[in-house]
Design a protein around this ligand. Sequence first.
Ligand code: GAR
Length: 193
Amino acid sequence: AMSLGILASGSGSNFEAIAQRIAEGRLNASIRLMIYNNPDAKAAERADRWQIPKRLLNHREFESREALDQAIVSAFQEQNIEWVVMAGWMRIVTNGLIDAFPGRVLNIHPSLLPSFKGAHAIEQAIAAQVRVTGCTVHRVSLEVDSGPILLQAAVPLLPDDTPDTLHRRIQTQEHQIYPQAIALASLLPIPTE
Ligand code: GAR
């Protein structure tokens, strides 16, 4: 089974979709630890409900991105975690994290990459008046929201959409493709650069 470490900053719905898929016996994995960075992240409550160990690493208490990532690497390595799953992790990661888990750090992003990178993908898709947007699961590389793509799903942008209604439609797809992409990642060779 794949041993997963989750990184979450917010609501944790992708974490829960993965936990659900594992519980249903449809993803051969176990979640060993969730690390979250915001003390009031709803993701932490979801971890409790699933009885998954969690640890708060508040980035405000670290002196650099590198120091936070080193603490993440240590915590995950202690649990023999092999795959790092960024599920709504709103921090830029450093090579300390990426090098510790080569090809095995995954991220989900609410757009069809390479369109709309960064923290405002949903608002940008609406502003650009695209007809179709979506979500992407990819391996994490140093450049933000880049790295080899594993899976994508397309989602229509409707005339009356607000950021909220569009985000909800995208998240429904995220919850489908993230568990699938995790399984796929374990089957594909690790890309070399
Ligand atoms: C997801 O929609 C994910 O695509 C997005 O945050 C949301 C987290 O939801 N990620 C990013 O914007 C990364 N830059 P969740 O906490 O309910 O899983």
